[in-house]
Each structure stands twice: as structure tokens, then as C-alpha cells.
Design a protein around this ligand. Structure first.
Ligand code: UD1
Ligand code: UDP
Length: 359
């Protein structure tokens, strides 16, 4: 049995790392295709180094572009590789353009598809991620749902139960495998931050940062939070957001400390010690829930409703007053149960792949 693992962006490298480690440990015949959707050092190579991942066998160097440009180039280049390598199964993770391209090529070549993190929905079809994951789920052969809730969503869409496996989310594995190393990082000292003495911010989603008014509202919300609590806000800024702030000529409030994106270990240290995290990132909503740090989500819809159910997260949108309300509401909360699994998802997924594909 030969396994192709396709990835292309920061969160996919992080969330695929437990699966890659498991394949390596078992000596399986596997290889990695990196589409090159992310390519800047601090969105890409830093994670291979920190997580000690083998270099991808193929880097397709697709780079940035419109949705059609990115996806179209990936389709052509992934097809070349899969035709040559003839894997029995292709694994994709999440909801990026890389995921849709990988799944679409595999389905046309009649190669089985395993979708890691299947069954997430925001029910907002304007999000590119929603289209990518709905289409990928419906052409996948193995749907690795992180929670029972995600499984019930898939069943509700008519996907047959035999294809769905509730495995937990591999982000729990990734956090557990790296938390001790993260504690040894020096980023708090480097930025002169005290434990629980700052807020951590990330925002990069297309629907937030590509719309001037919404991005401006996020910045106003951060300013309000600073006025109320007097703590600094640290914001490792995604290149998409950096570009838009410049383009829209927005002023970043002085209380917000913009820094370049950091590696996973430094980010985990920043997250684990923050007073609270404000974000529009799916992965960060999950990690704060796992690390027991309160989270305020800067989005109108949610695809991780489990975090609302357990009480780790507040869905604020981008209205500045609502962002402040969210922070006031969440700031003292810390006790909840992690709904994303036991940290053995990578092992479980590879067990299923091996079982189902043994001759
Ligand atoms: C993509 C995913 C999003 C995911 C995010 C993770 C899609 C549709 N979106 O969004 O779901 O949450 O990755 O971070 O797949 N850029 C760089 N260096 C890079 C990569 C991008 O400077 O290494 C800049 C370019 O200006 C590019 C912009 O960021 O145009 C957006 O990159 P892109 O990969 O298209 O989308 P993301 O916003 O990163
Ligand atoms: N992350 C990181 N450095 C940063 C910001 C985020 O390592 O400066 C990690 C974070 O720990 C999480 C992942 O990147 O695991 C989230 O990726 P992102 O927010 O880009 O994508 P999303 O999860 O929204 O798809």
C-alpha cells in the first residue's frame, strides 16, 4: 500500500505532522506532495524544521494567485505526480485550495481519498473554505471526523456511515507532542511580556481582511479592549493582512504590537500564556480550547461549534463593541472539557488506512 499526503499551507503542515510521524514510525510506503500554496519561510519551512518532518518528495511551487489560478495550477501539477506515483490512497487535511485540488485529482484518477478533519461547516458559502470542504467531503472515501458533531453533520448530508470515522482532531496530537518544547522557547522574554499580561491576536480570513470596513472594525475592537484592560496586544500578522493594511492605508493602534508570524513552538508559548486570545483562525480556536485559554472569535459564523458548547469561545463577529463584550464575557473563564480528542488521532487514522487497504 502506498500513501500520498498532500499539503500546502501552515495549518496543514501542523495538522498533518502527527500523521507523517506515524507513517514514518511504521515504515510505511508514503510520500508528501507540497503544493507550495504557502512558501514564505515563516509560513512553511520553519514548521518542517521545528516539527522535524522529512522534506516533501515533490514541491509544486504553485505560489499565490486568485482561487482559480492557485487551484488550476495545482490540479495540473498534482495530476502529473499521482499518475507517476500511483498511490492507493491520498490524504488531505482541512479546507484550503490545496485540499480541494488534491481531492479532485485523486477522485478523477480513481485513487481513494481520506479527508482529515471532515464534516466541519460554517454554512456560509461565501467562505472559500466552505466550498472546499463540502466538495472534498462528498468525493472522499474515508471521512475522518474530529468529533461526533462533525459525524452527525456528514450523516445529515447523506454521506454513508461506513465511510465516516470519528478520530479526534490531529491538532491535539500536535499540541501534546510539542508543548514541552514550546515551554523552553524564549518569546515571552524576547517581547518583554509577562504571563497572563497580554492578549494574543491573529486575523487573516479573506472575509475579514479583504474588506476595508471589517478590517478597520477589528483594529477598532482591539483598541477598545486595550482601553478597558490596559494590556498590550501581540499580533503575529499573516502576510495577507499585512498587505491589506498597507493597501487600505489603515492605522494600527499603538497598543497593538505587530510581529512577523512565528513558528509553532513560539506560537504555542504565546497562546498558552495569554490572558485571552482574539482570532479568526480555526486552528487557534481549537488550540485555545485544548490549552484552556479563553478565546473570542472575530467571525460571523462558526465551524467549531464544539468550542461554544464547552464554553471556551465567544463568537463576536467584528463589531468593536461586540468584540469588547466578548472579552469581558470570557476573560475569567478557564474550565471546560476538551472536545477534540485524546491526542491519538494520527495513530487512529493510520490504523484505519492500513486496515482498510490491506490486501
Ligand atoms: C489560506 C487558506 C485559508 C487558511 C490559510 C492559513 C484557501 C482558500 N485559504 O489562506 O483557509 O486559513 O491559508 O494561513 O486555501 N502569502 C505570502 N506568503 C506565503 C503565502 C501567502 O506572502 O507563503 C500572501 C500572498 O500575498 C497571498 C496571500 O498571502 O496572495 C494569501 O495567500 P493564500 O494562500 O492565497 O491564502 P491565505 O490567506 O494564506
Ligand atoms: N500559527 C503559528 N504561528 C503564527 C500563527 C499561527 O504557528 O504566527 C499556527 C497556530 O498554532 C495554528 C495554525 O498556525 O496551529 C493556524 O493556522 P492559520 O490561522 O493560518 O489557519 P487556519 O487554522 O485558520 O486555517
Amino acid at each position: 500500500m502506498k500513501i500520498a499526503i498532500i499539503l500546502g499551507t501552515r495549518p496543514e503542515i501542523i495538522k498533518m505532522s502527527p500523521i507523517i510521524r506515524e507513517c514514518k514510525k511504521r515504515g510505511l510506503d508514503y510520500f508528501v506532495i507540497h503544493t507550495g500554496q504557502h512558501y514564505s519561510y515563516n509560513l512553511d519551512r520553519i514548521f518542517f524544521q521545528e516539527l522535524k518532518l522529512p522534506q516533501p518528495r515533490y514541491n509544486l511551487n504553485v505560489g499565490s494567485g486568485s482561487h482559480a489560478e492557485e487551484t488550476g495550477k495545482m490540479l495540473i501539477k498534482i495530476e502529473n505526480v499521482l499518475v507517476k506515483e500511483k498511490p492507493n490512497i491520498t490524504l488531505v487535511q482541512g479546507d484550503t485550495n490545496t485540499v480541494l485540488a488534491g481531492a479532485l485529482v485523486a477522485s478523477k484518477l480513481h485513487i481513494k481519498i481520506g479527508h482529515v478533519e471532515a464534516g466541519l461547516r460554517s454554512y456560509d458559502r461565501k467562505m472559500p473554505e466552505e466550498i472546499n470542504r463540502v466538495l472534498t467531503d462528498h468525493i472522499s472515501d474515508y471521512l475522518f471526523a474530529p468529533t461526533k458533531y462533525a459525524e452527525s453533520t456528514l450523516l445529515g448530508e447523506g454521506i454513508s456511515k461506513e465511510k465516516i470515522f470519528v478520530t479526534g482532531n490531529t491538532i491535539v496530537d500536535a499540541v501534546n507532542q510539542n508543548l514541552e518544547l514550546a515551554k523552553k522557547m524564549n518569546i515571552l522574554n524576547k517581547l518583554n511580556l509577562k504571563k497572563k499580561g497580554y492578549f494574543l491576536v491573529t486575523a487573516h480570513r479573506q472575509e475579514n481582511v479583504d474588506v476595508k470596513e471589517r478590517l478597520s472594525n477589528v483594529l477598532k475592537g482591539l483598541d477598545l479592549v486595550h482601553r478597558e484592560f490596559g494590556l498590550p496586544l501581540v499580533y503575529p500578522i499573516h502576510p495577507r493582512t499585512k498587505k491589506r493594511i498597507r493597501e487600505f492605508r489603515l492605522k494600527v493602534p499603538n497598543c497593538v504590537r505587530l510581529i512577523e508570524p512565528v513558528g509553532f513552538l513560539e506560537f504555542l508559548q504565546l497562546e498558552a500564556n495569554a490572558k485571552l486570545v482574539l482570532t479568526d483562525s480555526g486552528g487557534v480556536e481549537e488550540e485555545t480550547c485544548i490549552l484552556r485559554v479563553p478565546c473570542v472569535t472575530l467571525r460571523d459564523s462558526i465551524d467549531r461549534p464544539e468550542t461554544l458548547d464547552v464554553g471556551s469561545n465567544f463568537l463576536a463577529g467584528v463589531n468593536p463593541e461586540k468584540i469588547l463584550d466578548g472579552v469581558k464575557n470570557m476573560i475569567t473563564k478557564r474550565k471546560w472539557v476538551n472536545p477534540f480528542g485524546d491526542g491519538k488521532s494520527g495513530k487512529r487514522i493510520i490504523d484505519i488506512v492500513c486496515q482498510e487497504n490491506s490486501e
